[in-house]
Design a protein around this ligand. Sequence first.
Ligand SMILES: NC(=O)c1ccc[n+]([C@@H]2O[C@H](COP(=O)([O-])OP(=O)(O)OC[C@H]3O[C@@H](n4cnc5c(N)ncnc54)[C@H](O)[C@@H]3O)[C@@H](O)[C@H]2O)c1
Ligand SMILES: [Zn+2]
Length: 372
Amino acid sequence: MKALCWRGAGSVACETVPDPRLINPHDAIVKVTLSSVNGADLHLLEGSVPSMKPGDIIGREFIGEIVDRGRDVAKVAVGQRVVVSSVIGCGHCYHCGIGDYSLCDNTNPNEDVGDRHFGFATCGILGSSTAFGGYAGSHAQYVRVPFADLGCVPLSDVLSDQSSLFLSDAFPTGFMAADMCELQPGHVVAIWGAGGVGQMAVQSAFLLGADRVILIDRVPSRLKAASLRSNVEVLNYDEVNVHEALKELTSGRGPDACIDAVGRDGVLSQAVLACRKGGTVSVVGVYTGVLDRFPIGAAMNKGLRFRMGQVHGPRYVSRLMKVIEKGEIDPSFLLTHTLSLREGSEGYKMFKNKSDNCMRVAFDPWLEPTLH
Ligand SMILES: NC(=O)c1ccc[n+]([C@@H]2O[C@H](COP(=O)([O-])OP(=O)(O)OC[C@H]3O[C@@H](n4cnc5c(N)ncnc54)[C@H](O)[C@@H]3O)[C@@H](O)[C@H]2O)c1
Ligand SMILES: [Zn+2]
């Protein structure tokens, strides 16, 4: 089959690789329909995740069709159109039992590598290097999905591929970011990062009852995309002092909740310093390793509450599918470009540089190149 393989820092190539096979009785093989780029892939692509190996297939956010299943798979059948969660839960351990799927005890066979590089290993995550379990990713024609009964959710016929795709990762992640804020009527939420995750956090925060949402980024097309779909207030951090602007917008008190949908230490510090006393800082932007010069004094003395984590995808997929069906949120606007796998390199460049108003590129692995 064709797949997009990592070749070293900043480099990907479309290659012919062996088709995946069923390995365990709970596996399914999914034929990929659309596979989106994701901010998390950028960290992998740049080579800042130490356990990437040349040849690793990247991609974690996708939909497709079940074409084969192991003997223990009961809830999804061959021929079904499904969305697949990027994080892999086993569905049976203590953590899966309480819905904390990204803390699953059983799906990362390389925990020692994760522990060594990041201080602590997550569950397995598709297409995310040896430290995250070494699972091949979704920028490919076929993917092996372990624990398919949990990870694959059949899609409602009324949903288009474009609307369903982001149920795999960006929508549950943005929703979880807002959910962790435990919003109350009257709350003001500030969100750093207007990528796919931040966009979904904006709409989810309104859905969950936020009174006002303030979105911070520097990319005008992304700030505009959010404004077109909600009453969000926007701040361009190239144009204003974010800290001062947030104070001014909240009568000097600071936002009740601050969401980090970027994953850079500077943003996290800003969120801590901006948040109102006793407020919540919700972190879904990804961090690895250690962080220096973190304003722990401000955080402690302000009595802040921290919530964070990799997305507990399967906890949210069915609920959010209903949200899309009801027309409350339609994530399809995140998809700005559809390309072939042979255009992988151009696609990632576009995504990284935000050129041509790119929010997210999805690869259709059955498409021939169009860019050349
Ligand atoms: N927790 C999870 O399970 C999970 C899942 C998916 C993605 N993520 C992470 O969430 C983050 C966002 O993902 P995405 O797909 O939306 O990425 P993205 O790259 O599309 O968007 C990130 C946005 O952050 C903006 N940004 C950069 N520096 C900023 C700053 N100082 N202030 C404000 N905005 C700034 C960029 O301009 C960009 O628009 C990434 O760190 C990604 O790894 C986490
Ligand atoms: Zn588990």
